[in-house]
Design a protein around this ligand. Structure first.
Ligand code: SAM
Length: 231
């Protein structure tokens, strides 16, 4: 899969100047793009996606890599983030990499897109804040809100999962990053109750670009209303 680059001569300085305020793509971000690459046959043979959405786009690494690789094979791309610097950087990193077909929206999760996207999202990707943190750090201004997710790291994850039933199309696939502390099997059980089948696509130790300075055992999990994985 073609990855977007941050080292273009005219863009490098811009990107680096934003780094204290946005999430620098790390192993979690790369795992998410790897997972999309891994399920490409499923995406194009079965899902046949028209709409792709990223929740929490940060630098734009994930959504712009997907849009660069898949181009017009997907009709419409959307990306959201709550942080204005992330929005600005996603647009700029897209442009620097020749990607101009992503609609980037500053909103809390998907609040401003719910009506437009209801049951229409065919490919959803999200690398939410998943690191255990003091509860007071959740949603704080600046880069800390990119990774801080409360005592078991589930605060933002649980809010995102609540949105899946109303967002996802019948054949759509949602891919989400999380870590061991989030209790991946509990997440899968909760989603089963809401009618979603799931499969762990990627797992292993990895770094994140947070200030907590830890290595996390990370996952990328796929969810769908369709039983692609014959659970
Ligand atoms: C771990 S970073 C991932 C960034 C990027 N997707 C990547 O993989 O490199 C999580 C992102 O979620 C965003 N975020 C946190 N809370 C959010 C919310 N309530 N609504 C939208 N975005 C949020 C943060 O600003 C941050 O950009």
């Amino acid at each position: 899969m073609e990855r977007i680059r941050f080292d273009h001569p005219n863009f490098k300085e811009f990107f680096e100047s934003k780094l204290p305020f946005i999430y620098r793509p790390d192993d979690d971000s790369k795992n998410l793009v790897d997972a999309v690459e891994q399920i490409q046959p499923l995406i194009f043979d079965h899902v046949k996606p028209a709409i792709c959405l990223e929740i929490g786009c940060g630098s734009g690494y994930v959504i712009n890599s997907i849009a660069k690789s898949f181009g017009s094979m997907i009709v419409k791309y959307y990306a959201t983030d709550i942080n204005s610097v992330a929005i600005e950087t996603t647009i700029a990193s897209g442009k620097a990499n020749g990607v101009t077909n992503v609609q980037v929206v500053k909103t809390n999760l998907v609040d401003d897109l719910k009506r437009v996207l209801q049951n229409r999202v065919d490919l959803l990707v999200t690398n939410p804040p998943f690191e255990p943190s003091p509860i007071d750090d959740v949603g704080k201004e600046g880069s800390i809100c990119a990774w801080s997710a409360g005592p078991n790291g589930r605060t933002i994850i649980d809010r995102i999962l609540v949105e899946f039933p109303d967002l996802m199309s019948e054949h759509g696939v949602a891919l989400m990053c999380c870590c061991k502390e989030n209790d991946v099997e509990d997440i899968r059980r909760e989603m089963k109750k809401r009618g979603f089948y799931s499969k762990i696509l990627i797992e292993g130790d990895g770094t994140t670009s947070s200030s907590y300075n830890r290595i996390y055992y990370q996952y990328v999990v796929a969810f769908s209303k369709t039983n692609y994985w014959k659970e």
